[in-house]
Write a protein that binds this ligand. Structure first.
Ligand code: SF4
Length: 420
């Protein structure tokens, strides 16, 4: 979502007469659009601004903007650590940045971190998707779930959905500009409520748009993954058989402490229905290791879950406390060494499973949406399968087209083959 927000912000600024330069030394304005979901992301921003400060030393009129979730999380207190910032703008106020950059600018730092009742979007005519066949569309923003470790509800605000017609019009315009695949974005797309019948109805409306070949969406909260939604995803051919389905932990005790709103059994029940209705589905997930109070038994529950679901891919994060969240009041009692060991344990198992799952595809034919020449490997083209696997292949086919590739060899992260 941050990448897409940045893309939309760049489009707004271009429409206002600004242009992108290739190095910070020649910029009049430098914007870092930030994430605060993990401490590491924030530390990177401090470090990046620390380096960029040199630009301010040599060109004091350069305007420094801290935008996004970190701006909202820190507010004006961030100026104590970075007094050279000129503008602090939360995610709800991104659309105002062009206005704030107009002259004359105030001589003191401006902090605008109010929340918003709407979802940030811009006219798709302004967004540059040249040479890209996959585009993002935000359908909802914010979250009301308050998982005990998560800062998102405090920085992105309450859940709000865009009206169905706005989304359908935006997707239609993007398809007319050349997009072949659309990824619908939201903190919890399953609870989208801008259509009378929620997310399944929105999927149907988007599915009917001529020229669109593929639909993806992220992120799905397991507690809101209804039978109706699973049935709709399975029924609509343009919706890809790939679901990012974050579980966070395999232990009921930890899931409860995380306030996730489902049990391991509920989650596995959803997985089983998804697999029954979509035998070719690829699943990915997020896991958090070292949550306060996580015992070796709790970790084993996560290991067992990974082994039994057989995800195609998982993203593993080491727990660290975020301010304002409930878990920040818990004792962060798992030593970093143990957290790291648990991360490596899950990662090692997942690498093996990913390799096994990919090996099963050798000799089969997969549908690929072609992105262009591969970064590595001479004369190789690259694209993604419906299951979101990277596929590198030989053969002449244009970017933006669908083709079929016979799989000849695999790595844990990639499939290799030739045009079928
Ligand atoms: S569902 Fe939980 S983890 Fe996801 S954004 Fe909301 S509070 Fe954060």
């Amino acid at each position: 979502m941050n990448v897409h927000d940045s893309e939309m912000l760049a489009a707004l600024l271009k429409a206002d007469g600004w242009s992108v330069v290739s190095n910070p030394e020649s910029a009049d304005v430098i914007i870092l659009n930030t994430c605060s979901v993990r401490d590491k992301a924030e530390q990177k921003v401090f470090s990046r601004f620390g380096i960029l400060k040199e630009v301010k030393n040599s060109r004091p009129d350069t305007c420094f903007v801290l935008a996004g979730c970190m701006a909202r999380a820190w507010g004006k207190t961030v100026l104590k650590r970075m007094p050279f910032i000129d503008l602090v703008v939360g995610p709800g106020m991104l659309h105002k940045i062009p206005e704030y950059l107009e002259f004359p600018r105030p001589s003191h730092p401006v902090v605008q971190i109010d929340s918003s009742d709407t979802v940030f979007s811009v006219d798709p005519e302004l967004v540059d998707i040249q040479n890209r066949y996959s585009a993002w569309v935000t359908i909802m923003e914010g979250c009301d779930n308050y998982c005990s470790y998560c800062i998102v509800p405090y920085v992105r605000g309450k859940e709000r959905s865009r009206p169905e017609n706005d989304i359908v019009n935006e997707v239609t315009a993007l398809v007319q500009k050349g997009a072949r695949e659309i990824t619908l974005l939201g903190q919890n797309v399953n609870s989208y409520n801008g259509s009378a019948n929620g997310f399944p109805e929105l999927l149907r409306k988007i599915h009917a748009i001529p020229g669109l070949l593929r639909i993806r969406f992220t992120t799905s909260h397991p507690k809101d993954m209804s039978d109706s939604l699973i049935g709709t995803v399975a029924e609509l051919p343009k919706v890809c058989e790939y679901l990012h389905f974050p579980v966070q932990s395999g232990s009921n005790r930890i899931l409860e402490r995380m306030n996730r709103g489902y049990t391991r059994e509920n989650y596995l029940n959803r997985v089983s229905l998804i697999k029954r209705l979509m035998p070719n589905v690829a699943l990915s997930s997020d896991f958090m290791v070292g949550f306060p109070g996580e015992t070796e038994d709790d970790h084993c529950d996560s290991v067992n879950l990974v082994e039994s679901v057989k995800y195609d891919n998982i993203f593993i994060f080491i727990y660290n406390p975020r301010t304002k969240t409930r878990a920040a009041g818990y004792d962060d009692d798992i030593p970093l060494k143990v957290k790291t060991q648990r991360l490596e344990d899950l990662l090692k198992r997942q690498r093996r499973i990913s390799m096994e799952r990919n090996r099963d595809l050798i000799g089969s034919t997969v549908e690929v949406l072609v992105e262009g020449p591969a970064k590595r490997g001479e004369n190789l083209m690259t694209g993604r399968s419906r299951q979101n696997r990277v596929v590198n292949f030989t053969g002449a086919v244009k970017s933006g087209e669908l083709c079929y590739v016979m799989i000849e060899s695999v790595s844990p992260n990639c499939l290799y083959g030739c045009l079928a």
